[in-house]
Design a protein around this ligand. Structure first.
Ligand SMILES: N[C@@H](CCC(=O)N[C@@H](CS)C(=O)NCC(=O)O)C(=O)O
Length: 215
């Protein structure tokens, strides 16, 4: 059965891959699973039909037969559990890969989101210049240990997994700030993720939606 995901009709990032449908598309591409996309406007996301799929009125969602999911962690985990290639078979290695997914979403992404929001929405505030270094320090407090743990390895724990897919997706949110460049091992790690053919297909597909919305 071909799943259907939702994505922004017109992504606020201009198709730079930051909208979270990109990570779901990437997982589906890694799995070799075709998918359909339903585009939604900001107003449609807050209406009953979409709220039935996503209680917070956001994208992406994932529908497959009787199953409807929201939250990229749950969606990518579901895809990874159903298809080969995103999680190791060996039970302990599989559990560790899932731990990295949680680490990406639960430990690394929150300060990165806070930093991004501060840079985007708080510039006009009188306290912006004072607050930003505090928020940035919280991001750095995650990046340095992550870089130390990665070391010179290509991926976080053996072969590429859904844990790397999620971690790279989260790190890429830092691109506009340039902060990742202070951590060359992480910058190279994120670039390795971006160079994967499945990522490129996912990125191109979400960019094509944005470009079509402008024509
Ligand atoms: N934790 C959620 C976050 C979902 C999320 O923030 N989606 C954004 C797009 S990347 C969205 O729909 N924003 C519009 C809104 O919140 O109104 C996940 O990982 O799926």
């Amino acid at each position: 059965m071909i799943p259907t995901i939702t994505a922004f009709e017109r992504s606020p990032d201009g198709g730079k891959g930051l909208a979270r449908d990109t990570r779901v598309r990437w997982a589906l591409e890694e799995a070799g699973q075709p998918y359909d996309v339903r585009l939604v406007s900001f107003s449609a996301m807050k209406q009953a039909a979409h709220l039935a799929l996503h209680p917070f009125g956001q994208i992406p969602t994932y529908e497959e037969g009787d199953l409807a999911l929201f939250e990229t962690g749950a969606i990518v985990l579901h895809i990874a559990q159903q298809h080969a290639g995103l999680l190791p078979q060996e039970p302990n290695a599989r559990a560790r890969a899932i731990a990295w997914m949680f680490a990406a979403l639960n430990t690394v992404e929150p300060p990165i989101l806070e930093f991004g929001s501060a840079r985007l929405f708080e510039r006009d505030q009188p306290w912006y210049e004072q607050r930003l270094p505090l928020v940035e320090a919280r991001v750095r407090a995650r990046l340095q240990p992550l870089s130390d743990r990665l070391g010179d390895a290509d991926w976080l724990d053996g072969a590429f997994s859904a844990g790397d897919l999620m971690m790279v997706s989260v790190l890429l949110r830092l691109k506009p700030s340039g902060l990742l460049n202070d951590y060359p091992k992480l910058a190279a790690y994120a670039a390795r993720g971006e160079a994967r053919p499945a990522y490129i297909r996912a990125f191109d597909a979400q960019l094509a939606v944005f470009e079509k919305s402008r024509s």
